[in-house]
Ligand binder design. Structure first.
Ligand code: CA
Length: 237
C-alpha cells in the first residue's frame, strides 16, 4: 500500500517544495493550511505520518499534536514538527506535546526524507500484524479489515473507528459526547445523534453473526461494548 503523508503548513511555497519531494519518492500527499482542516483530513484518511508546522493561523501545531495523542484511533501516527524557532526549549515543548521528531526551517529536504523513512520503518514495523480480537470479532489494524468467524465483513470508515474504540475499551460505558470526542476527535463538529446512526449501522452489520448484542445501550448513560452477554442489565435500542 502507498504511504500517505499529511502536510500541515500554511506557507504555500514550503508546502509545494515538500510535496514535490514526497511525490518524487512515490508518496501520496494530503495538504492542510490550518489545524481545523488537518483534523478533518486525519479523521477521514488516517494518514501514515504527519508533517506539522508549529505556527499555523488558527491553532498552533503543538495543539494539533496534543489532540492527536489523546485520540485513541489516531494517537500512534508519527509526527515531524517543523518550526522557524530553533531554541532548545521550543524543541522540548514540541517533543513533550507528542511529536516524534523536530526540524527547524529552512527545511533540508534530504534530511526530512531520511527522518520520514526512519519514522515509518518504526511505526509500520509494529503495526503490520496487530489485531484486536474479541470473539467472534477480529479487527485487523494493518489492513483495516473486520473478520467475523474468520470471514471478511465490509465495514464503513466510521463504523470501523467506532468498533476499534469499543474493542480497545471493552466493558466500560461511554456517553455519546465521549464517543464523539474519542472517535471523531475534538473540535470536529458532529451531532450527538450521529453516534446513534453509526451504532445502528454497526449493530446491523454484526447482527447476522449474532454479535450485535456486544454493543449495548445503557439507559440514559450511553453505550458499552462487551464480549460477555450482559443483556439482562441493559436495553437494546
Ligand atoms: Ca507557518
Amino acid at each position: 500500500m502507498k504511504t500517505l503523508i499529511l502536510l500541515v503548513e500554511d506557507e504555500q511555497p514550503i508546502r509545494e517544495m515538500i510535496r514535490f519531494a514526497l511525490i518524487r519518492e512515490g508518496i501520496d500527499v494530503l495538504e492542510a493550511a490550518d489545524v481545523q482542516a488537518a483534523r478533518v483530513l486525519i479523521a477521514d484518511n488516517k494518514p501514515d505520518l504527519l508533517i506539522v508546522d508549529w505556527m499555523l493561523p488558527d491553532y498552533s501545531g503543538v495543539e494539533l499534536v496534543r489532540g492527536l495523542r489523546r485520540d485513541p484511533v489516531n494517537q500512534d501516527i508519527p509526527v515531524i514538527m517543523l518550526t522557524a524557532r530553533s531554541k532548545e526549549s521550543d524543541k522540548v515543548q514540541g517533543l513533550d506535546a507528542g511529536a516524534d521528531d523536530y526540524m527547524t526551517k529552512p527545511v533540508a529536504i534530504r534530511e526530512l526524507l531520511a527522518r520520514i523513512k526512519a519514522l515509518l520503518r518504526r511505526s509500520q514495523g509494529h503495526q503490520d500484524n496487530e489485531q484486536l480480537i474479541v470473539d467472534p470479532l477480529t479487527l485487523d489494524l494493518g489492513s483495516h479489515r473486520l473478520l467475523i468467524n474468520h470471514q471478511n465483513v465490509h465495514i464503513g470508515q466510521s463504523e470501523y473507528r467506532l468498533l476499534h474504540f469499543f474493542m480497545s475499551h471493552p466493558d466500560r460505558v461511554y456517553s455519546r459526547s465521549q464517543l464523539l470526542d474519542f472517535v471523531w476527535g475534538q473540535n470536529v463538529y458532529v451531532e450527538e445523534r450521529t453516534v446513534d446512526v453509526h451504532i445502528l449501522r454497526l449493530r446491523k452489520l454484526l447482527k447476522p453473526f449474532g454479535a450485535d448484542q456486544m454493543i449495548q445501550t445503557v439507559r440514559s448513560a450511553g453505550y458499552r461494548f462487551s464480549g460477555q452477554d450482559l443483556s439482562r442489565n441493559t436495553t437494546h435500542g
